[in-house]
Design a protein around this ligand. Structure first.
Ligand code: NAP
Length: 337
């Protein structure tokens, strides 16, 4: 295939609160050893992308840079190696390289080893949202909650894309899921997808209800995407010897922990990061898991998509997503003008 010399990409020029992306022409990179070049199809926008563009993620890249951590694409060139040759012509889901350019572009370089070939049954849209949330839902429920021996789990930010996955998959795995949301309409939305227990943190009785429900359900693990005061509230109201696993910082606050909770109450506060979890997995088990996850993308691990917009509207997609995160994901169509 003849590759063009330049491509359009949504470029971030500055890390700041008010995110601005400029769609401009930049060179199409050429793959080196162990890399493949993807013609990007769809790209997803997650809280981690917002946090990166705000300059608050776990790492920064030199500016200007193309943001976007995950997406689907077609492998159009390989930098050599068996895996790269095998992937040529395949539709894949991939994560951007931490040191490289991101998914908000017509083309992107990816490590061949981080590409997951997509089953025919998986759409470009669901393929673009295959890695970050579905794998996290699986990893936390399977490795932390089930392997830890818990029968029930509390989760925060339950009305978001990942929260809905945790509600559906957790129930499928035989767990009772205690969902926490922050607005009454989110209670209704969660009930609509079959959630049995939904607590509203804006309710005056929230803390006492949480204490009662967590004890009654014997929920000894909490998966917390909010952090700050919410993590402290979970630590105070979960049964003794519970684990609060912070995997998101949506509140932007630090956690004000009472030391006695940890010492005398036996509560544990820990973190989860998907990148670290993936690095600890064996190659073959990841391949098997990726196939299994793909088969759940139309069911328990599906992502509700609000709108798919052309690359030229990347900034609008980001703004619109920020304004109402519970309304479904905004995806970018990297093939549309
Ligand atoms: N550690 C990891 O490896 C990892 C991997 C995947 C995802 N995550 C994290 O998982 C979280 C959820 O991701 P997602 O894709 O499901 O997001 P999403 O679909 O955008 O949903 C975010 C949800 O969080 C709620 N929310 C936002 N700010 C909040 C706050 N300050 N207090 C309480 N609720 C708040 C939103 O409610 P409103 O509509 O009311 O704003 C929305 O329901 C994010 O923090 C993300 O970074 C972490």
């Amino acid at each position: 295939m003849n590759l063009p010399d330049t491509m359009r990409a949504a470029v971030l020029g500055e890390y700041k609160d008010e995110i601005e992306l400029e769609v401009t022409e930049i060179p199409v990179p050429r793959p080196g050893p162990g890399q493949v070049l993807l013609r990007m199809l769809r790209t997803n926008i997650n809280p981690s992308d917002l946090s990166f563009m705000h300059g608050q993620y776990g790492f920064r890249k030199p500016l200007p840079t193309v943001p976007g951590f995950e997406g689907s694409g077609l492998v159009v060139a390989s930098g050599g190696g068996l895996l790269g040759r095998y992937l040529r012509g395949k539709r894949v889901s991939t994560a951007a390289r931490p040191q490289g350019s991101g998914t908000f572009a017509e083309y992107m370089l990816a490590d061949a080893g981080s590409c997951i070939p997509l089953l025919n049954s998986v759409s470009d849209e669901q393929g673009a949202a295959l890695i970050v949330n579905p794998l996290t839902a699986w990893a936390m429920l399977n490795d932390i909650v089930l392997k830890g021996g818990a029968k029930a789990v509390v989760q925060t930010a339950a009305a978001g894309a990942l929260g809905r996955m945790i509600q559906r998959l957790g129930t499928r795995l035989g767990l009772r899921v205690v969902n926490i949301v922050r607005r009454p309409e989110q209670v209704a939305a969660l009930k609509q997808i079959g959630a049995g227990i939904v607590l509203d943190s804006s309710d005056a009785q929230f803390e006492s209800t949480l204490r009662h429900v967590a004890r009654e359900a014997d929920a000894t693990v909490a998966l917390d995407a909010v952090s700050g005061e919410m993590s402290a509230t979970l630590l105070s109201n979960m049964p003794a010897n519970s684990r609060v696993v912070v995997y998101g910082g949506l509140s932007g606050e630090a956690v004000p922990v009472q030391t006695g909770m940890l010492i005398f109450g036996g509560q544990q506060l820990e973190g989860f990061w998907l990148s670290r979890w993936i690095a600890g997995q064996r190659g073959w088990s990841m391949i098997r898991l990726a196939r299994r996850i793909q088969k759940m993308l139309a069911g328990d691990l599906r992502t509700e998509v609000r709108e798919v917009v052309p690359l030229s509207e990347a900034s609008r997609a980001v703004r619109s997503y920020q304004q109402d995160m519970s309304a479904g994901k905004m995806l970018i169509d990297c093939t549309a003008a």
